[in-house]
Design a protein around this ligand. Sequence first.
Ligand SMILES: [Zn+2]
Length: 485
Amino acid sequence: MPVPVLILVIILGAPTALIAFMAVRAALVKPHAPPEREVSDLGIDKNALAAHLAGAVQIPTVSMADETYPEKPFFDYKEYIEKTYPLFAKAAECTVVNKYSLVYRIDGSDANLKPACFLAHIDVVPAPPEGWDYPPFGGEIHDGFVYGRGAQDMKCQMIAVLDALEFTLANGGGLKRAAYCCFGHDEELSTLDGAPEIVKYLDSLNVRPEYVLDEGGVMLDGGPLGVDGTLALIGVCEKGYMDVRLSRKKAGGHASTPAKPTALASVAKAVCNVERKQLPPVWTAPTIELIRELAPYMKPLFKFVMVNRDVLSPFIKFALSKLHPISAALVKTTFAPTMAKGSDAANVLPPYAEAVVNCRLIAGNSPETVLAHIKKVAGRGIDVEVINRAVPASKISPADTPSYVKIADAVRTAFPGVKVAPYMFIAATDSRFYYPICDNVYRFSPFAYTEDDQRRIHAVNERCNIDDLKKATEFFVRIIGDTCL
Ligand SMILES: [Zn+2]
């Protein structure tokens, strides 16, 4: 073969062979989820669940921004739990931690098994009555929904756990594996009085849970990731959190004679820079796992690309970071400008202007790295400081432990047809405090919220679908059955 032809064959042949190899590799990837289980109706009365949740919502356990608590509702709430779930109250020993947080322990018959640990938070965000169709602490039931603050975040999950335990105790007696219910009181404030104190208490008893299961983790449409149907994502870690203030001082004065740029314009430019010049996307173990789990279900082009992640890595990272806010959040630290302040009058130049950027830190980007990046891109003359406490991304829990496998299986059973995968939860929960006593910390909210439902969390007309509450309770019955009996 003449040399030029040989070179042409090599030039054209190598990419062709590579593409063929990649296509074959994609074709060979098959779903590996276990077959769905046949399930019988557990016979749980959804109206009773709705009444339990309505009663919980009627107790206004609001954690206040000034970190003071209206005491009575928190004390009433404990009483309510113990009155509503008599078998649970009889079987569980309660320890009150730091005045308002509750730790319940139900003993297991096998002391060699490490306990299971179910988390929920008692507190809710405030709910001024304006804009609500029904009173926010009325717990009213309309059209198959329980309305009120906490109906979604997260008394629904707590009620589902408690009803599942009550159901289990009523249908067969005791647990083999001990179970803890750890209910913190300050999750919405992100202060350190609830979950961290509970963990200190558990640590003092040398409690080392087999697994921890908290809120977080979602069911969402698979479209942005090229998968038809619903994804159920189990959080195996969570992003960090940091609020950064960008500010500038400059002479104020009358707005008719501005010296350019004004303090506010400088800050505005800095904010634009932070939004535009972001840290490069990174692969984290949970996102790689997510892709591996979901690739078999993806549409052909998505599948081809994702299965060949090792070859196409830079392209995929770039595409994910641009495709959709959800996919972007999986590969990047996100920067969300949320607050801004200039002068108090339209015709007065501000002597001081500031803006706040809320940052959600991906594993691998430490608070120090992110702060240094913001300082670099904000521009000259801008003061940059962290306000509040910076929280780094959590440790990553493995997605191949027996407890993860059983949680994933219970999700598939409760929600037939969903595709289950591990992922990095993009908000913050109490569960991050549990890593010192447990490696297997998982987050899943077994509620298939519609987009409309999601918009109601921390907003007006928060509500929980009663059918969803029943499914969530069944999910916890199965988890308890699979791991604690
Ligand atoms: Zn919550």
